[in-house]
Design a protein around this ligand. Structure first.
Ligand code: PLP
Length: 389
């Protein structure tokens, strides 16, 4: 028996596990100090009332012989797929119900989608970015090339004459930088992918934070995307589902490679390895897309965005920062040219603030730090007060 040797190509710890370990060690050594957590991108809730009611009602249904449900469809219940399709329609995008595959969150699909692809595909992955894309491809033994995002390109790299790629990951709004592609930028990637027969894996996890109508919230707003792009999304950030778990991935019908429809391959994969999302959770997710549920969810997002605006004001007074306006993240340059983990330790030890070191999102993140706006207002105000002092 041999283990998967590819694990040696990865960092020993998952970034957020390392952040959690260091802050837990600090908390244990200094139980009297109040830690303010602005590290992991977890929401602070609560769930929209419409979601809670729908989940409770679904549990009541499950308590009766007539309405009890066992294993559900691998691609998700139609009532939820229809609600998601309706949400796309509200963005001016046509996505058919049959093109939507419900999952337990975008991390699962971002990590598992590689099952569809040959090991020799070259992956082009922005740097810095959400670590799951790099780690899952390294785990599978796939070659990874970084696409450098930096202040000079506004953290929004575009294809160049010599760019090579089979699989292209795009995260917009980007985690961690908060940068959002405009239509021209995404069009450049769509045209590139269609010309090369490459595939874009578009992560729209933070689309609901985009308030500028000039910025696209779905890659399918771009002409030509249906023949080259898969879109992954989640209710985690839209409706506070990080502890509830539900998301979805879109495979347009036109999306074919090697004579196979990718959506059909994905269903084959899911029916083998995925048990679906529980019925009450899917009912809750569908309620999040109802008029009432969306209004409640968007009120939660407005609260986080107000946090981001408060943070941006303080951070901007002493260093350069990006993000905030259309995302829940503030991406800042560590003052005094400090390295990411050095500044992380400084904030932890001197200010009792837990951030996320930029270097954990890829080599291009060195010298930067990410703060999240997902916390309680009082904590945000206290953290900014501590930083200002
Ligand atoms: N994609 C991005 C860019 C994220 O930042 C995250 C979580 O932070 C996810 C996906 C995972 O979301 P989920 O909770 O749906 O797995």
């Amino acid at each position: 028996m041999k283990i998967n040797g590819n694990f040696q190509n990865m960092e020993k710890n998952y970034l957020f596990a390392e952040v959690a370990a260091r802050s837990a060690a600090y908390a244990k050594a200094h139980p009297e100090k109040k830690l303010l957590r602005m590290g992991i991108g977890d929401v602070s809730g609560p769930l929209p009332a419409a979601v809670v009611k729908a989940m409770k009602d679904a549990c009541d249904e499950m308590a009766t012989k007539e309405d009890f449900r066992g294993y559900g469809p691998y691609e998700g219940y139609d009532f939820l797929r229809e609600a998601i399709s309706g949400y796309y329609a509200s963005l001016g995008v046509t996505v058919d119900v049959s093109e939507i595959y419900v999952n337990d969150g975008a991390k699962s699909d971002a990590g598992n989608i590689g099952d569809l692809f040959d090991r020799d595909n070259l992956c082009l992955i922005p740097d810095p970015v959400y670590p799951v894309y790099v780690d899952s491809n390294l785990m599978a033994g796939r070659p990874v090339e970084y696409l450098r995002a930096c202040p000079e390109n506004g953290f929004l790299p575009l294809p160049q004459m010599d760019t090579k790629a089979d699989l292209i990951y795009i995260c917009s709004p980007n985690n961690p930088t908060g940068a959002v592609y405009d239509r021209e930028g995404l069009k450049a990637w769509v045209d590139f992918a269609n010309r090369r027969g490459a595939l874009i894996l578009f992560d729209a996890a933070y689309e609901a934070f985009i308030s500028d109508p000039a910025l696209p919230r779905s890659i399918y707003e771009i002409d030509g995307a249906r023949t080259c792009a898969v879109e992954m999304c989640t209710l985690s950030k839209l409706a506070g589902f990080t502890g509830v778990r539900c998301g979805y991935t879109v495979f347009p019908k036109e999306l074919e490679r090697g004579g196979e429809q990718l959506g059909a391959l994905w269903l084959r994969r899911q029916s083998t390895k995925f048990n679906g999302v529980s019925y009450p959770v899917q009912r809750g997710a569908a309620a999040a897309f109802s008029k009432e549920g969306l209004a409640q969810a968007m009120a939660g997002i407005a609260y986080y965005k107000e946090n981001a605006a408060i943070m941006a004001e303080t951070i901007g007074s002493f260093t350069r920062y990006w993000g905030g306006a259309n995302s829940p993240y503030i991406w800042l340059e560590c003052p005094g040219k400090r390295k990411s983990w050095e500044y992380f330790d400084y904030l932890l030890n001197e200010k009792q603030i837990v951030a996320t070191p930029g270097a954990g999102f890829g080599p291009g993140g060195e010298g930067f730090l990410r703060l999240t706006a997902f916390g309680d207002r009082e904590d945000v105000l206290e953290a900014m007060d501590r930083i200002a002092r």
